[in-house]
Design a protein around this ligand. Structure first.
Ligand code: ADP
Length: 404
């Protein structure tokens, strides 16, 4: 059976086609800078090694990205050789749906639950609902499975989950910290513990969306994301932690509700501070060229990560391992160096040479560092493929115990 996993990021779209249960990757594709005229597209047939790479093409919507991939996947010469009907399921790293913390077939009911929480995760549920709709049209008879991002965080204890708000809001609307990037942290926690029974791990998923997760005995213990994905670290476009009273203040100052939401969620984050781009590569280049706001954006970003590492170090009562993942976490030696360089008092010491030269998975800490520092490339797709395959074989949704 083939399982197609589609990962719809806030600024990117990724595809991976797996032959299951052998977990063989047949082809992969990635579209970066979705929504721009200068998107980057890459498709690889993993069996033959054939690659198509286009570096400045218009990909205005997620739908256009899906079409690009399906064109190559089904191509007679460079596709995967099989029939599209061999795809037994499409797995999605879905973000959030009301009462959907688990693995669910994406029935109309589950899609409605996602739509009900559209406002809380607009940058994610919207594109996912669009992508799922596209797949329903192209592959109407293939089950679509949602592996929800909140599922991994169901173990966060209530003392780390509660906001100091009227308790009836918690009961009535379910407002607590939820935590996201669950597929990434499920894989990271498993992978980080393959060489030791590390009790306390802090994972940093730094990409278009960014979060820090405190992991104890392999389970999520706390997370920088709150009720929505607008919180926590500085993101590419989203503001991260801010003050709830900004909202009424700006409304009184004459801004409309939509203007405020647009500012906080689309014109904030790295883009908002730098005024250059939401892409760290471009911000780093601008900072190197002397742009003061670009440099400030990088400093604020690093501070936001350092702040959460410090908080979670305190909550966990120590740290065995710090792990970086995500587009920035895996690729920016400079950002890793800045973060670790701010934390020698927590026993975090990098090996600068290893940090600069590492490609893929590996340790970057100095031999004498009390805390191990590791890079683990994100493999959310494999986690989603496994869960999707299991869900299709079992025929039943997998729910996690409700925490409230
Ligand atoms: P998403 O969260 O949207 O899935 P990714 O995890 O792919 O995104 O991360 C995308 C981000 O990674 C980009 O915004 C870019 O800033 C950053 N990135 C990728 N490669 C590099 C690099 N070599 N140096 C610095 N940043 C990078």
């Amino acid at each position: 059976m083939q399982i197609l996993v589609s990962n719809v990021g806030s600024t990117s779209l990724k595809f991976k086609l797996f032959a299951m249960p052998q977990e063989e990757v047949l082809c992969t594709a990635k579209v970066e800078r979705v929504g721009s005229e200068t998107a980057i597209y890459q498709y690889t047939n993993e069996k033959t090694g054939w690659t198509r790479k286009e570096t400045a093409i218009p990909v205005r919507s997620y739908a256009e990205g899906i079409e690009l991939f399906l064109r190559d996947m089904t191509d007679a010469e460079h596709g995967t050789g099989g029939d599209i009907r061999e795809v037994g399921g499409v797995g999605f790293k879905t973000v959030l749906g009301k009462n959907c913390d688990g693995v669910f077939e994406l029935t109309d009911q589950v899609l409605s639950a996602m739509r009900e929480y559209l406002f809380i995760a607009p940058a994610h549920n919207g594109p996912y609902l669009t992508a799922i709709g596209e797949f329903n049209r192209v592959l109407p008879d293939v089950p679509k499975i949602g592996v929800f991002e909140t599922a991994y965080h169901a173990t966060i204890p209530m003392k780390n989950r509660m906001y100091g708000i009227p308790y009836e809001w918690v009961e009535r609307y379910g407002i607590t910290r939820k935590g996201y990037h669950g597929a990434s942290f499920t894989y990271l926690a498993e992978q980080a513990r393959t060489d030791g029974d590390w009790r306390n791990i802090i994972g940093c998923h730094l990409g278009g969306s960014c979060s820090v997760c405190a992991i104890q005995d392999g389970k999520s213990f706390d997370d920088s994301f709150g009720f929505s994905l607008q919180t926590g670290l500085l993101h590419a476009n989203r503001c991260g932690d801010t003050d709830a009273y900004l909202f009424p203040f700006l409304q009184d100052a004459g801004l409309s509700r939509d203007e405020i939401i647009e500012g906080l969620s689309k014109r904030g984050g790295l883009l908002g501070i730098s005024g250059v781009s939401n892409d760290l590569r471009e911000i780093e280049a601008a900072a190197d060229a002397g742009n003061a706001r670009a440099k400030l954006a990088i400093d604020v970003f690093v501070t936001s990560v350092v702040r959460y590492i410090g908080a979670f170090y305190a909550e966990l009562g120590g740290l065995d391992k710090l792990v970086f993942t995500g587009g920035i976490g895996e690729n920016s030696a400079h950002i890793r160096e800045m973060i670790c360089g701010a934390l020698p008092h927590l026993g975090i010491r990098l090996d600068p040479e290893k940090n600069r030269t590492l490609r893929g998975e590996g340790y970057i800490s100095a031999a004498y560092s009390p805390v191990r520092v590791q890079v683990i490339p994100a493999n959310e797709e494999l986690g989603v493929a496994r869960q999707t395959y299991r869900r299709i074989l079992s025929g039943t949704d997998m729910t996690v115990e409700q925490t409230l």
